[in-house]
Design a protein around this ligand. Structure first.
Ligand SMILES: Nc1ncnc2c1ncn2[C@@H]1O[C@H](COP(=O)(O)OP(=O)(O)OP(=O)(O)O)[C@@H](O)[C@H]1O
Ligand SMILES: [Mg+2]
Length: 358
């Protein structure tokens, strides 16, 4: 049983608050990813689970046991860190075997388990090498194999892919997902990379300023961000934001108004929002653009990505907005365009608190 519960977890470093009250239930066997900008408290939270940091207050349960007073080694967790901390003078085999040797495991058993872990990470051919003779991606796998070999029911990983180049990171994402399926262990994974979180997690925990902003499945978070912060953190390119107000529209519905933009809102928009100042958020894929001689917008830049093209445009001296269009679109810099937004995908946020309004 490897469910983990964090109850009102707080960590102060002197007068600085690193974690400001985290409440979270991590299910047995789930792949949970904590994501957020630098300094938001991800590593500190993970280190309190592992036992490397002592909470200022709050409780940590693993299974139904409070583990606050257990040493890291007594918690039955496997850890993989950003700096892999492989032993340079030992072979890959001995690096992987290290934890088993500490436990005085029988030699035949060591041999069997090291080979199984190495095979699982496709590094069976590297066992006689030293870490310095491995590529970054290979060393990463050695670090994972060294953890797998101890057969933990919980894996804690802190930015384990950050030292890899872009292509290897993508490959390792897929491998980690496969590994999770195969081991059926609980994975708690920390990253500042929203794409890593989106692609691998069963559930994402978004942190900011030592607090949880939102917990949800990747698409839930992408489609229905709970705050402007979350909306801006997920998705490439960054969501478009416009400042304005919500008012009664021409028909029954509400509309969003700002300088030169009047955008009808979906029928599900709460009536209570009428009359409020609001930030409208809309993703590039929900902006519709059409060439139009009397359109309010003007294209400033296009970025072909292959499968689609990003078109940046401005209107009346606005900050540029961005739309995703078909790669065969003829639009180019200087072209006049008309634009509107898909009303079902308009997000409204409180301009002060950033909280979602619709
Ligand atoms: N040992 C420490 N002493 C003092 N302050 C610390 C210590 N460790 C972390 N902090 C502070 O606590 C806050 C949270 O740090 P933490 O390492 O948890 O952030 P993080 O989300 O992991 O960031 P990153 O993405 O940069 O790794 C930061 O403001 C950091 O400066
Ligand atoms: Mg960190």
């Amino acid at each position: 049983m490897a469910e983990i519960v964090l109850r009102d977890l707080v960590k102060h470093f002197g007068s600085a608050v690193a974690v400001a009250g985290v409440h979270l239930q991590i299910e047995d066997g789930e792949f949970l990813i904590m994501v957020g900008p630098s300094g938001c408290g991800k590593t500190t939270t993970l280190n309190m689970i592992s036992g490397l940091e002592t909470p200022t207050s709050g409780e940590i349960f693993i299974g139904d046991q409070v583990v606050n007073d257990l040493e890291p080694g007594e918690r039955g967790l496997g850890m993989v860190f950003q700096d892999l901390a492989l032993f340079p003078h030992m072979t890959v085999f001995e690096n992987i075997a290290f934890g088993l040797r500490v436990k005085k495991t029988e030699e035949a058993e060591v041999e069997r388990r090291v080979r199984a872990a190495a095979d699982a990470m496709h590094i069976g051919a590297l066992l006689d090498k030293r870490p310095s003779e491995c590529s970054g991606g290979e060393a990463q796998r050695v670090a994972l194999a060294r953890t797998i070999v101890n057969d933990p029911s919980v894996f804690l990983m802190d930015e384990p892919l950050s030292s890899l180049d872009a292509k290897l990171r993508l490959d390792m994402r897929t491998e980690l997902k496969h590994l999770h399926h195969r081991l059926r262990a609980t994975f708690v994974y920390v990253t500042h990379d929203q794409a890593e979180a989106m692609t691998m997690a069963d559930r994402i925990v978004v942190m900011e300023g030592g607090r949880i902003e939102q917990v949800g499945a990747p698409l839930e978070i992408y489609r229905r961000p709970a705050s402007r912060f979350v909306a801006g953190f997920f998705g490439v390119p960054t969501m478009n934001f416009l400042e304005g107000e919500v008012a009664a529209g021409a028909g029954d519905g509400l509309e969003f108004r700002s300088t030169r933009v009047v955008q009808p809102l979906s029928a599900s928009t709460p009536a209570a929002v009428a009359g409020s100042a609001a930030t409208l958020g809309v993703r590039a894929e929900h902006v519709r653009l059409a060439p139009s001689d009397d359109g309010a917008g003007r294209v400033t830049l296009t970025e072909p990505l292959g499968d689609e093209t990003l078109v940046f445009f401005e209107f009346g001296g606005s900050a540029p907005l961005v739309a995703k269009v078909d790669p065969d679109s003829p639009l180019g810099p200087g072209d006049p365009v008309a634009f509107d937004f898909d009303r079902d995908w308009c997000h409204l946020f409180d301009p002060e608190s950033g909280a979602r309004l619709n």
